[in-house]
Design a protein around this ligand. Structure first.
Ligand code: RAM
Length: 339
């Protein structure tokens, strides 16, 4: 029994029309999945469920990582992929604008381009699978900072690379939300970049601790950054700084708890297995022409529900997977078994 339901409703809301088409399976189709960088468990977990879902529909999935978390390294990967002419490329972009020429070349060559996790600009993609609404993530994170700082004091951000679309969108959302009167006593002292490299993230955390002795909270909206920061702080028994952000429960198990022995009271992410699956099904729907990535389209996946293509903040379209999930002392052990 195929998992991808043969259902598509192209809802032409303005015209009040509704049409439907059948989504076929992906027998014999070739899909390349491109992550931001190698050696990051986040992409390995997403890729495993993408692969399982795609192969379940008969597709061949090629998971490829660039040599570094840069646009240039992804362009090399894309050059190579375009020459192999897969049916689709699904990419987590290291840069918003820099991949445009290469991804347009791919689309001109008849390759469907979807994106997951971190979007290239609207002209570079047909659709983006966004793991959670950008503002919803920003709100969860700024509220965590507010809570852990006791409503006032210094906080810092430890991000991934300075060009990463997803981190930059979450940081912008946090900054905008922090303009509200409620957060007036919070002071963002620095945005540091650990480039999603464990050692650089550790060094950047140490620099934040050295430079801001009154720092209360570090928010790291990157799984690599939050783990490095949580470990460094937890290894310093006298350090009272709290860590939050976006992390993998399996990587944060040791550091998460409500007491002083743990550096991270709670943090957020989303259902990682769903991210991989939804990205695979959305890519297959593109290949089969069941969706084009236009606002208003919907598609259903058996067991997962119905998803809509909606307008994204960047002017393109996206499929929002759901809400950010909180991981804390009560659920971390259970969730760490999953991802
Ligand atoms: C890192 C990557 C990824 C991001 C997560 C939260 O693994 O930067 O793109 O979504 O953190």
């Amino acid at each position: 029994m195929k998992k991808l339901l043969s259902v598509l409703l192209v809802t032409l809301l303005v015209a009040g029309l509704m049409t439907s088409a059948l989504a076929g399976a992906a027998d014999g189709k070739k899909i390349a999945l491109v992550g931001k960088s190698a050696g990051n468990a986040f992409f390995e977990i997403a890729a495993a469920s993408f692969k399982e879902a795609g192969e379940g529909e008969g597709a061949t999935i090629d998971v490829v990582y660039p040599e570094a978390a840069t646009a240039d390294a992804q362009i090399k990967v894309l050059d190579n992929l375009i020459s192999q002419q897969p049916d689709a490329i699904c990419i987590s972009a290291n840069d918003f604008n820099a991949l445009q020429a290469k991804l347009e070349e791919a689309m001109d060559a008849g390759i469907k381009v979807s994106s997951f996790d971190s979007a290239p600009n609207p002209a570079s993609r047909q659709v983006f699978v966004n793991q959670a609404g950008t503002v919803a993530v920003g709100q969860a994170l700024i509220d965590a900072v507010y809570d852990m700082a006791g409503g006032e004091g210094q906080w810092a951000i430890l991000s991934a690379t300075s060009q990463a679309t997803n981190q930059n969108a979450w940081i912008d959302a946090m900054k905008k939300l922090a303009e509200d009167e409620k957060y007036a006593k919070l002071e963002l002292v620095e945005v540091a970049y650990g480039d999603d490299e464990p050692q650089k993230s550790t060094d950047q955390t140490q620099a934040l601790l050295d430079n801001y002795p009154d720092l209360k909270v570090i928010c790291a909206p990157t799984t690599v950054g939050i783990m490095a920061a949580a470990k460094l702080v937890q290894d310093k028994p006298d350090c009272k700084v709290k860590i939050t952000g976006l992390g993998l429960p399996s990587e944060m198990l040791e550091y998460t708890g409500a007491d002083d022995a743990h550096s991270c009271p709670y943090f957020y992410l989303w259902d990682m297995q769903l991210l991989g699956k939804l990205s695979a099904y959305a890519t297959i729907a593109l290949i089969n022409g069941d969706i084009t990535g236009a606002e208003g389209e919907t598609f259903s996946v058996e067991g997962l529900g119905e998803f809509s293509v909606t307008a994204a903040d960047d002017g393109g379209t996206e499929i929002v997977q759901g809400l950010p999930l909180q991981f804390n002392a009560d659920n971390i052990e259970e969730m760490a078994k999953l991802y």
